[in-house]
Ligand binder design. Structure first.
Ligand code: HEM
Length: 466
């Protein structure tokens, strides 16, 4: 009897407490939107995303939500958010990028989920550090071949020079020689379509194709071309694993062969979108700092002897003996890393005092994290020597460096990317002496997912070393 009375009393207290102090709503991050719900903050975000994020951070703190295009994007810009972003099981990478892949290359959701894990593992394996040697020799030869078109001297926009050399060299290396148009005469039309496709990729990944007429035209042209590329790769697919190209490995692992042109195009885009602009920026940072340029040249001559010799053959071992160029590459990647990467919240998660609801897109900005002075003192400065501290022999980056993502979904092409940029820089600077004709370009604030393109051209004069 006494127990029943006690229980009733406790229940009554609980009811009164619940009425007087109802449980508070979980606290959500501050939300930025506009009064036009379908556009939300999209317009401001799309016009200058990095600036937008910086302002929002100053005004609302390190975690905030942007309501744009009917979706909630929650940005985390500091350590604690990054830790959750890379480790939480309540976040999903595939659900975040599925729509992007559907819009960009027309792969339906079901096929995407069916193929993603398998294709990711294939790429991670084939492009991992222990397999890089399979690409280095071919890539070196290809880079020489395409650099030869520059002649012994000339002037040009550095971004154009890098594109014209890197694109065909990398495509011939990963897809097989001649698989895509890479000869001098065929290149123009292909490049026009490909760079148009790349330029508007981010907008196209978020909105219906009908709003982007020219982008859509280029996409169709490229998909048509890839029908032939894929059928040639299938016809010539060897049984010996070590003789296959990356594209042929992709074909072997793909379920739903009719989607091979779509995946081929996606792979081509992923291999170029970040690597080409970062190779450009690596050269800009080196050439515009006389002491860095001098040190790079000293390293090169210590490994290959005096400049002015014929073509050098660069092995993986040689690249290991050029750590300073690797540091320059990593430092350029740090300063020009992607604006944001994303995961979808599938169960509410807590970061600091906030609860982020399921359905939000969680956004992490490598660009901003790389400007944290706790990890990178003098964060805006190009300081290759800071990479001395990284254990690169063990394939470890510096703490706080997240340009390639982290956790289970890191970029599978990261080791290849570092190697190709290091190689391009080595060959380019060993072959030519450069004089800068324009002021150092500013990066464009427009790119959220991809890397910043320069706002203005950057012309250089080049001349073969005597
Ligand atoms: C400096 C150059 C590069 C940078 C900064 C970069 C960065 C990234 C980032 C941030 C991601 C997303 C990771 C995430 O969301 O957690 C990614 C994904 C990816 N990258 Fe790279 N990347 C580069 C070069 C390359 C290259 C050269 C290739 C291929 C040859 C490549 C292939 C891919 C692929 C296939 C994915 C998608 C992975 C997935 O679906 O799970 N990337 N990259």
């Amino acid at each position: 009897m006494a127990a029943a009375v006690l229980l009733a009393a406790l229940l009554a207290v609980a009811v009164v407490a619940w009425v007087l102090f109802p449980p508070s709503e979980p606290r959500r991050p501050p939300c930025i939107g506009s009064r036009v719900p379908c556009l939300g903050a999209a317009f401001r975000l799309a016009r200058a995303p990095l600036e937008f994020i910086e302002r929002a951070r100053a005004e609302h703190g390190p975690i905030f939500t942007v309501f744009a295009l009917g979706k909630r994007f929650t940005f985390v810009t500091e350590d604690e958010g990054a830790e959750v972003f890379f480790t939480s099981k309540d976040l999903n990478f595939e659900q975040a990028v599925q729509r992007v892949v559907a819009n960009a290359v027309s792969v339906p959701a079901e096929a995407f989920y069916q193929n993603h894990g398998r294709l990711y593992s294939m790429m991670k394996g084939k492009m991992g550090p222990s397999n890089l040697h399979m690409f280095t020799g071919t890539l070196c030869k290809e880079l020489h071949e395409h650099m030869a078109h520059l002649g012994t001297e000339g002037t040009g926009d550095l971004m154009e020079l890098v594109r014209h050399i890197m694109y065909p060299a990398v495509v011939n290396t990963l897809f097989g020689k001649g698989a895509c148009p890479t000869s001098h005469s065929e290149l123009r039309e292909f490049e026009e379509h490909f760079w148009k496709y790349d330029e508007d990729f981010e907008y196209a990944s978020q909105m219906p194709e009908c709003f982007l007429r020219n982008w859509s035209k280029s996409k169709k042209w490229l998909l048509k071309l890839f029908e032939k590329v894929v059928s040639d790769a299938e016809r010539t697919n060897p049984s010996e694993t070590t003789s296959k190209t990356l594209l042929q490995h992709l074909l072997d692992n793909l379920q739903g062969k009719h989607l091979a042109p779509n995946y081929g195009l996606l792979m081509l885009w992923a291999s170029q979108a970040n690597a080409v602009p970062i190779a450009f920026w690596t050269l800009v940072f080196i050439l515009s700092s006389p002491s860095v340029y001098k040190k790079v040249m000293e390293d090169l001559t210590s490994v290959f002897g005096n400049t002015g010799k014929d073509e050098i053959e660069v092995s993986e071992e040689d690249l290991k003996n050029l750590p300073y160029i690797k540091w320059c590459t990593l430092e350029a990647i740090r300063l020009r890393s992607p604006g944001a990467i994303t995961k979808k919240v599938i169960k509410p998660i807590r970061i600091q005092s906030f609860t982020i609801p399921a359905g939000d897109m969680l956004m992490l900005s490598p660009y901003w994290l790389h400007r944290n002075p706790k990890y990178f003192p003098d964060p805006e400065m190009f300081k290759p020597d800071r990479w001395k501290e990284a254990n690169l022999e063990k394939n470890a980056f510096l703490d706080g460096f997240v340009a390639f993502g982290g956790g289970n979904h890191q970029c599978p092409g990261r080791w290849f990317a570092i190697m190709e940029i290091q190689l391009l820089v080595a060959l380019f600077l060993y072959k030519y002496e450069f004089v800068l004709l324009d002021a150092v370009p500013k990066e464009s604030p427009l790119h959220l997912v991809g890397t910043q393109q320069p706002l203005t051209p950057f012309r250089v004069q080049y001349k073969g070393w005597e």
